[in-house]
Design a protein. Sequence first.
Length: 356
Amino acid sequence: MLKFFFINILLLLLVAAGGSYWVYDNRLTHALPIEKKLHYIIKPNSSIKQVAQHLYDKKLVDYPTMWGWLAWSRWQKQAHLIKAGEYAIPVGTTPIDLLRIFVAGKSIQHRLTLLEGWNFKQMMDAINNNPHLEHRLKGMEPNAIMRELTGKAQKPEGYFYPDTYHFPLGMTDIAFLKRAHKKLLTELDAAWEKRTDNTPIETKYEALILASLVEKETAKKEERTQIAGVFAQRLAKGMRLQTDPTVIYALGENYDGDIRKKDLMIDNPYNTYRYAGLPPTPIALVSRAALDAAIQPNREEHLFFVAKGQEGAHYFSASLAEHQCAVAHYQLKKGAPRKYRNFCNRNPQCFSCQAS
């Protein structure tokens, strides 16, 4: 009797081995029934059994293949190694290949670009409108968002680095913002190490504020240190910065594209025409170039600049006389008041502005 028992056991093992080989050879090594690249999503905390059942429900595998794939994953000790994410499954992928893809975790990466010069609201609008992120911060106040990210309630303006970020489907907006915040702190630390002795700023936060003004004043890389130099000179002399972007920021949604004389007089701590020193916070996301400029401003004695109307370029002046002449020449053109035209004619230090 014992002999027959062992013979039966052996036969069962042979049948099981033969069946396993048949499943491996005829199912696990054959391509999945897809005719074009497939996007497949594994939800967070999914088990290998749940994934296998989903593959079967979607008719990507049949019943023998489903159980064979489960057995194979466990035999390979990889059942617990699959990773959540969105995957691109190419045509010709076999069930064995599929397991490798899920274990490797090379999921599709989406991207979102945060632009230099954006304010916090513009940045959050872009994040809230991105369909690939999981949104947990919608409707929260800015200070509360910073508390969620850093544990401290603080103004969030300027605390995120403008860059193109890649992320998997379902990343939370919290995790996304933490990356951008950490990158900003890293870039700020690196810039701060290179600060020169001709900058009047005393803290990293002041550097961040000054960099945001530079960022908003010019898009021309070669002018950034000059703009920063003007601001540095004014701060050192106790002059008001009188920079339009701070007025625009103070006006907020009331800004209609034009700055009027009355706007320059609004009682707002961000209005640098009315209040001396730096504004209370940054006014925009800053690039590394703007940070470097704020830390290492130009050493020339310029105190004024005016837009020349040529692709964002500026004319820099060391004196009010020269600046007034530049305003007449570049801004007022033929409509320049007589006092400016006469002023130009009487002051040989000014460039020719007879045409104005």
